[in-house]
Ligand binder design. Sequence first.
Ligand code: PLP
Length: 395
Amino acid sequence: MISKKIKKNLSRSSWIRSMFEEGEKLRQKYGAKNVFDFTLGNPDPEPPLLVKESLKNIVLEDVTGIHKYMSNAGFDDVRKAIAEKIMQDSNLPILKDHIVMTCGAAGGLNIILKAILDPSDEVMVVAPYFVEYLFYIDNHGGIPVIVNADPKSFQLDISEFEEKITKDTKAIILNTPNNPTGVVYSEEILTKLNSLIERKEKEFNSKIFIISDEPYSQLVYDNIKLPNLLSIFDNCILANSFSKSLALPGERIGYVAVSPNITDSKLLVDALIFCNRTLGFVNAPALFQKVISKSLDSSVNIKEYREKRDVLYDHLCSAGFDCIKPQGAFYLFPRSPIQDDIEFINNATNYNLLFVPGTGFGFPGYFRVSYCTDLDTIIRSKDAIMSLGRDYKLL
Ligand code: PLP
């Protein structure tokens, strides 16, 4: 009944979903309070008050016409407000005409890939990766090429790119802060990648796009500054959203920004707008375009996420797990004490601990711990994590 391709994709689609189902069983058996579910990337905080107030005000103002079809690129005033913000951060002359409002970062990634890929073009993805990338690339006929991150730091491994960039490389997807490692790529490593790309473009007489997937760009800790990819890479297309920064994942609101340094950027934007229409998104949700345009300087409480990271990182280290302390997003990615990460996370459920195996992110031998859950649950998980560490004689 369904296509062979979707049948295959369904069968390997989601560890996160299957762990969630496992969690449901445990919650029924032991009670929700006694289950420590670190699997989902669904923001725990409520949207900031400003967002809720803006939503109420816009509805109460009852402005005529805001619920109609609009330009497939979105409202001009919203695009302009976003362009101004990106211009401040990147120092590039970004205008509203470089912005397309989208249905989240996911919608943005899909219109980008649809707009640029010809059949059998290669798209590089850094492992461990957000697994949806593989499906999005497949949606638009591309071929994913996996490059591993450096497991000592989860920074980019430039030698991997050197080896795997070919004449068919059309784009590289970068995600910083990263899901699942939480790592923020350093300016130094990104600059090295840029030099390599420039060299390869000359060698192959090609153009390689950087697709910067940035839904976690506001979630950075320890006063570090997130390197600005639009300033580093000339051929950069940015996909961003308000799913994490304003805790609005259900509202499906985001945008794509195209670097003015891309030759023929106008044609690219036209293609993106066309794909927004013809993939059936038509336009980003009208109401939430208006809401986020009034909250561009707002964000969820970053300190709360940082505190959760610190507590959970301390639990894991105290229990003897080997873990990098990342500076962004809401994930930790410790090494599994045994190479078989699936066996490991299955055993962790015996302690009512739920994690996602690294295998689900194309990186076996590790596991993802998501801390977008309440602080009390994180604090109370210590005994279970310690027992798990003891089980593997890590203490
Ligand atoms: N990219 C990454 C790395 C993500 O983790 C997610 C969501 O979890 C997305 C994209 C999709 O974000 P959005 O909800 O804005 O579509």
